[in-house]
Design a protein around this ligand. Structure first.
Ligand SMILES: Nc1ncnc2c1ncn2[C@@H]1O[C@H](COP(=O)(O)OP(=O)(O)OP(=O)(O)O)[C@@H](O)[C@H]1O
Ligand SMILES: [Mg+2]
Length: 204
């Protein structure tokens, strides 16, 4: 294979365990002497930190389409500044959320047209896609308990919204079985990680 890095995204409803597993995988890969970068959307770039603050914590009204474009602005900046740069440098880029979050949340859950979102995602990324996406599928009553009381703006949308997100993600996994691997995230942290490790060991 050419000397090029890998772009891996972590997806799933709020509280499914993405951040927990991205950190575990990062430790695992570093022990094996791989060069890794851990990043996230929204918020992985300098501009993105400001956008994240608005997206997750703005107190007043945020129009659905404004929300959509703020995520896309973050993605456009992040893809160029962080993801592509590091992949070209041969790094393994581990990214907490990306294109599929927008399809699942703004598309399947909020009802915005999926084809249009795909087009907008393509504009933001220049058509660049993750090499691998790990989808942490969890029952939303379990993830809701994990998130606890300190909910952000989207986590406050409630269980039906989270269920639409969950089912949207599963639709995506059916459409793109080569790229998106579904992980049973109802299990313990270590059991979830052993599923992650199995998939990663196969591709490295
Ligand atoms: N498999 C698991 N079993 C039990 N608790 C877990 C598991 N995975 C993560 N947790 C706990 O659940 C909480 C949420 O996990 P985490 O922050 O990793 O989820 P997340 O998907 O990153 O959520 P968000 O979308 O809100 O960022 C944390 O307190 C974490 O320690
Ligand atoms: Mg997280």
């Amino acid at each position: 294979m050419e000397n090029k890095g890998i772009f891996i995204t972590f997806e799933g409803v709020d509280g499914c365990g993405k951040t927990t597993q991205i950190n575990k995988l990062n430790e695992y890969l570093k022990e094996k002497n791989y060069n890794t970068v851990v990043t996230l959307e929204p918020g992985g770039s300098e501009i993105g930190k400001n956008l994240r603050q608005i997206l997750l914590h703005h107190k007043g009204f945020v129009a659905n389409k404004a929300e959509l474009f703020l995520y896309l602005a973050d993605r456009a900046q992040h893809t160029e500044e962080i993801v592509l740069k590091n992949v070209r440098d041969g790094k393994i880029v581990l990214c907490d959320r990306s294109i599929d979050s927008t399809v699942a949340y703004q598309g399947y859950a909020r009802g915005y047209d999926i084809d249009k979102i795909n087009l907008l995602n393509d504009i933001a990324t220049g058509g660049y896609k993750p090499d691998l996406t790990l989808l942490f599928d969890v029952d939303t009553d379990i993830s809701n308990l994990r998130v606890g009381k300190t909910k952000d703006r989207l986590e406050k949308e409630g269980i039906e919204f989270q269920n639409r997100v969950k089912n949207g993600y599963l639709e995506l996994a059916k459409k793109f079985p080569e790229r998106i691997k579904v992980i049973d995230a109802n299990k313990s942290i270590d059991e979830v990680f052993s599923q992650v490790k199995k998939i990663i060991d196969e591709i490295l």
